[in-house]
Design a protein around this ligand. Structure first.
Ligand SMILES: Cc1cc2nc3c(=O)[nH]c(=O)nc-3n(C[C@H](O)[C@H](O)[C@H](O)COP(=O)(O)O)c2cc1C
Length: 469
């Protein structure tokens, strides 16, 4: 008989035993011989702001018991749910990070593949930082497990993982550790010379709100925000996101999608809707912690899900000031850019604090504050790249296929022309029908080959010639 491998499924889904993801991990482990496993309902236990300290102690005992861990989690807001981040944060605060050292880990995630790579990268890099050997995980859509061939691959995956744990196979480390040095202290002249604040414009009005996790403290972020607020030509309303009286994290109940109301009764849904519906410009002040932003941001962002898939900042403008090792965390930047791109938010700057030269950083912030105002007044629309085009197509297909259930999202997608399926374009359909027939003839294809470069830009040339606006 082979030695028993003890595996802990850490369930990152706040839905607990009703988690779709959990069914996957249970199925795979149920097929394995010579394993013993337990489930730790981490996100369910850590959803409420107040949690039981005795629960944390027994969670630590469970982790110590295991040879290997399966991070079983849905993707929430392009990462894992806040509750799972909180588990790591609480164990770190207890000074118990060493409990993970030397264990094997992998992940099982379910989602709609919207930025699921960021979630797995975060889990992997966090596991690697803790000295774990992370084996590439699996991600499934909600119906995948119902397919026989998919289940065969799931069984292979788990068998392979258990065998890696049993044989202590070597595993590739994917991420560099984070730098130990902090960003240089930002010392702007604005603060050194205590200049008078620049007067603000009464007109034109741009309702501008700053959402931040730090303000007027002795930190780079506070100093960056002071410079920004001084240079920005309009009044800025400051909201410290730590101060909202959150009742709990999002627990994925989908009451917001089905009934329209958030299940949490702390007023967050009204607060957030009112904010995004009335502001023209949102500025974010964010501190990085470990490999993401401060966890309070994840609590905040998960709760914004109560607005469904309606891109509430569409056509508006944003700016991000970030303190911490942003250059070592390209995924944090990608998260911000992706959020901006999909939401058509027009982020006019994402500025980190890793500059040796405070004068340079100061002028960058001052310049960006002015550009943000100018872009918002001009209603400048940024172009989108793969992050936005890809993301919005995932949502488009999801909302369309669920339109009977997610009526509010469906109406929003229709109203905003986001249902851009190629099969709905009658002109293109007629074109392809005609071309499909004509292209059967080689002579036509030769003619197209010869004339293609010129024809491809024919209409663009006409615009150039006419000098049209
Ligand atoms: C608050 C919230 C945020 C979500 N964000 C994402 C996301 O960013 N990407 C994605 O692909 N799916 C997202 N989803 C969908 C869930 O990942 C998906 O429904 C998952 O299968 C739920 O798994 P569970 O039943 O184990 O909790 C989100 C769902 C909720 C409730």
């Amino acid at each position: 008989m082979k030695p028993i491998i003890k595996i802990l499924i850490v369930n990152g889904s706040p839905k607990g035993e009703y988690s779709l993801t959990l069914q996957h991990s249970l199925y795979m482990l149920g097929q394995e011989k010579d394993v013993e496993y337990k489930v730790l309902q981490a996100s369910e236990a850590l959803s409420k702001i107040n949690f039981e300290q005795s629960w944390l102690e027994s969670a630590i005992t469970d982790i110590e018991w295991a040879d290997a861990i399966i991070w079983n989690t849905p993707v929430y807001t392009m990462l894992v749910p806040w509750q799972l981040i909180r588990l790591f944060q609480l164990i770190k605060a207890e000074g118990r990070n060493s409990i993970f050292q030397g264990k094997y880990a992998t992940s099982m995630m379910t989602c709609f593949h919207y930025y699921d790579h960021l979630a797995e990268d975060w889990l992997r890099s966090t596991s690697e930082d803790l000295g774990m050997a992370y084996v590439e995980g699996r991600t499934a859509d909600n119906m995948d497990m119902l397919i026989k061939t998919h289940r065969a691959s799931m069984r292979f995956f788990m068998n392979d993982f258990v065998s890696a744990c049993r044989n202590r196979d070597p595993v590739e480390r994917k991420f560099m550790p984070l730098p130990e040095t902090k960003s240089p202290r930002f010392s702007p002249a604005l603060i050194n010379e205590s200049r008078e604040a620049n007067p603000k414009l009464a007109e034109p009005k741009l309702r501008t709100v700053l959402l931040t996790d730090e303000i007027h403290q002795d930190g780079n972020l506070s100093r960056m925000l002071d410079v920004f607020m001084d240079a920005y030509p309009h009044e800025i309303e400051v909201i410290d996101i730590n101060e909202f009286p959150y009742e709990a994290g999002c627990h994925g109940c989908l009451k917001c999608e089905l009934v329209g109301e958030c299940d949490r009764k702390d007023g967050f849904q009204d607060f957030y809707l009112n904010l995004v519906n009335t502001c023209d410009v949102l500025v974010f002040g964010m501190n990085i912690e470990d490999r993401y932003l401060k966890p309070i941001w994840k609590l905040f962002l998960d709760r914004t899900f109560s607005n469904g898939h309606r891109t509430s900042m569409m056509g508006k403008h944003t700016g991000y000031l970030v303190a911490g090792p942003l250059r070592s965390l390209p995924n944090v930047r990608q998260f911000l850019e992706g959020k901006d791109n999909v939401g058509r938010e027009n982020a006019m700057c994402i500025i980190g604090d890793e500059y040796e030269d405070s004068v340079y950083l100061e002028s960058l912030i001052i310049n960006s504050a002015k550009r943000l105002s100018q872009a918002a007044l001009a209603k400048y629309q940024k172009s989108v790249n793969f992050l936005g085009v890809g993301g919005i197509k995932i949502f488009r297909d999801l909302i369309y296929s669920m339109r009977g259930v997610v009526g509010d999202d469906h109406r929003f997608y229709k109203k905003n022309g986001l249902y851009d399926f190629p099969q709905k374009d009658l002109g293109k359909q007629a074109f392809n029908l005609g071309m499909g027939m004509a292209f059967k003839l080689k002579a036509v294809r030769m003619e197209a080959f010869e004339r293609m470069p010129e024809m491809y830009i024919q209409l663009h040339k006409q615009i150039l010639k006419s000098g049209k606006e």
